[in-house]
Design a protein around this ligand. Structure first.
Ligand code: SME
Length: 152
């Protein structure tokens, strides 16, 4: 079935503009994305702790991970914190700088959230499908990241 990204973005908008706290908003988005998009098996946010140059795990949906703190530069998440650029890994076995969360994970996409050109957080999505991410995922998640930046 074709994924209705525009519709999903429409459902996310009122969540972002609600009066809820940032962590409630992020948690609701992780639930919605995981439920609506079949190839999103783990959806979470990592938030930059600037003072310590680490990413701290924020709200997520999916199996708990032991990687609650990731150094900037380490793994796919840490690379994105450094480059501030979206990164798609269609086959995690080919990625040299990768932190495995679960053996089921085959692919990953990480999208930075920037405020005034500064990295503040990122959306991390793991998939159990091989090479599932398309340019549509990239456009959708980039649009989501821009909308979310208004709440940081
Ligand atoms: N795979 C990530 C680590 C985070 S887990 O996917 C939840 C990485 O390489 O940075």
């Amino acid at each position: 079935m074709k994924i209705k990204y525009a519709e999903i973005l429409g459902e996310i908008e009122p969540i972002i503009s609600s009066d809820n706290s940032l962590s409630e908003i992020l948690a609701a988005i992780t639930r919605l994305l995981k439920n609506k998009i079949f190839h999103y098996d783990w959806v979470g946010f990592y938030i930059l702790d600037k003072d310590n140059a680490v990413l701290k795990l924020g709200p997520f949906s999916g199996k708990p991970t032991e990687h609650t703190t990731i150094a900037v530069g380490q793994g796919v998440c840490g690379q994105v914190a450094e480059t501030m650029k979206l990164k798609v890994v269609q086959d995690v076995s080919t990625e040299g700088n990768y932190i495995a969360c679960s053996l089921e994970v085959q692919s990953e996409i990480v999208v930075p959230i920037l405020v005034n050109g500064q990295f503040v957080a990122e959306i991390d999505i793991d998939s159990h499908s091989p090479a599932p991410f398309t340019p549509e995922d990239e456009h959708f998640l980039t649009a989501l990241s821009k909308k979310l930046a208004t709440r940081f």
